[in-house]
Design a protein around this ligand. Sequence first.
Ligand code: SF4
Length: 242
Amino acid sequence: MEKQLSIEKENSLLNNKLIYDITQFTHLDYPDHLACIFWFSSCNMQCDFCYNKDIVYAKGGNFSMYYALEFLKTRVGLLDGVVLSGGEASSYNLKEFCLKIKELGFLIKLDTNGTNYEKIKELVQCNLVDFIALDYKAPHYKFTQITKSNKFSEFSQTLNLLIKSDIAYEVRTTLHPDLLTYKDINNIIEDLVQRGYTNSYFLQEFLETQNIGNIKQSTQKFQYNLLSNRLKVEYRYNTPHS
Ligand code: SF4
């Protein structure tokens, strides 16, 4: 009976329309892999620079995880990876979904703001994700101002978890000179160094599009020359999640 209930629960989760959209092919979002992207609806943050406004404010999605799995079956041998993004994919219980994706032979990348610590921990401990891109939105003293959430401590737990684990991951920050100064970025770099982070740290340039805070391209220049050299910093254009 208990087993039957758990199968029904799993099926109902897989049948819920939680996915807002599907990008059928990308070679940019999962480094060195051909992948598709599942964009999960809604988010527990409202970052000023976020240009996924429709997804963040969506009350539901257009596709179920079951539909996404059926789509993936048609991509076996054509793609090798799946990106779980959003919105905030880790708001949902992704365990069964990831298990089924892995059964089909795909690698999984999770884009996350890191604030659903327990769910991310379970995915990492069960080896259900292969790569995590973790957004370090802002130093603790600006975190709520920029994200409209008070979840720095949950993010912090996730960061520590990734640093201590064997999983491949990266930490990245979206850079808008009106929101974050070189002192803020140096504060993040110092925090990462103190925690034992040794990978490259990625800075993503803000690109002006429609966004949650209705913010424009800055007229100020970011002072790259004043950045700390305590970590290797790499630059890239903004990714859809951030
Ligand atoms: S940038 Fe990411 S974490 Fe922030 S509101 Fe948008 S989807 Fe959510």
